[in-house]
Design a protein around this ligand. Structure first.
Ligand code: UDP
Ligand code: MG
Length: 209
């Protein structure tokens, strides 16, 4: 059986031009993880706004926050992978920084981990502030993916996931260059468990995808 709390929780978030919401993201994540030993790994994916300086200032003031600056914009999946490679926690959560993934769900995900789940994926019950186009294309994507891929990816589960170290190490051992992390976290096996949540609208700014 596992402990109720990880020894060290790593939270990994990629950010690209998010100066309006970085501080709020860090504040909410640190508050949500107040009961845990926390390492917050933020990957600056080649931001060209005030994000890099803001992140350096936050990291200088809070020893839990670590910042990785990429040399240019590599895209969400590559940035997230870089963060996962640097995370040292025995439990690692991956989350978007725009607060569409509520950090307050992390304790529920950890509760599932302490019950034995190795991969805990958040499943969106409702998506606020998304366009009809985004909802339709997302729905087509999950249907097509289900037909083509030999991976049972839960519809409406994104990259908001929490992994035990053994699942993360298996994921990081995969040498795929074009990485689809949510699918890969399922493919590695182990015990998989869902946690439902409501997907909020973006806290600020616009979609970078
Ligand atoms: N992001 C990134 N690099 C990119 C695009 C996005 O690091 O090239 C980050 C972005 O700052 C956010 C997360 O990835 O924290 C998800 O991006 P976004 O919210 O734009 O995607 P959506 O929710 O619209 O799918
Ligand atoms: Mg978003």
């Amino acid at each position: 059986a596992r402990d109720a709390c990880p020894t060290l929780l790593s939270v990994v978030a990629p950010v690209y031009d998010e100066q309006e919401l970085v501080e709020e993201f860090v504040a909410r994540t640190c508050a949500a993880a107040a009961d845990y030993e926390l390492e917050l790994v933020i990957v600056n994916d080649g931001s060209t706004d005030g994000t890099p300086e803001l992140l350096d200032r936050i990291a200088a003031a809070d020893e839990r926050v670590r910042v990785i600056h990429l040399s240019r914009n590599f895209g969400h999946q590559a940035a997230l992978t870089a963060g996962l490679e640097h995370a040292v926690g025995d439990v690692v959560a991956m989350i978007d920084a725009d607060l569409q993934d509520p950090p307050e769900l992390i304790p529920d995900m950890i509760a599932q981990w302490s019950q034995g789940a190795d991969v805990v994926y958040a499943v969106r019950k409702k998506r606020e502030g998304e366009t009809a186009f985004k909802l339709a294309t997302a729905s087509w994507f999950y249907k097509l993916f289900d037909k083509l891929a030999q991976v049972d990816l839960e519809p409406n589960s994104g990259d908001f996931r929490l992994l035990d170290r053994r699942a993360l190490d298996a994921l990081l051992a995969m040498t795929e260059r074009s990485r689809f992390l949510r699918g890969m976290t399922v493919w590695v096996g182990f015990n998989q468990t869902a946690v439902p949540y409501q997907r909020d609208a973006r806290h600020a700014g616009e979609t970078k995808y």
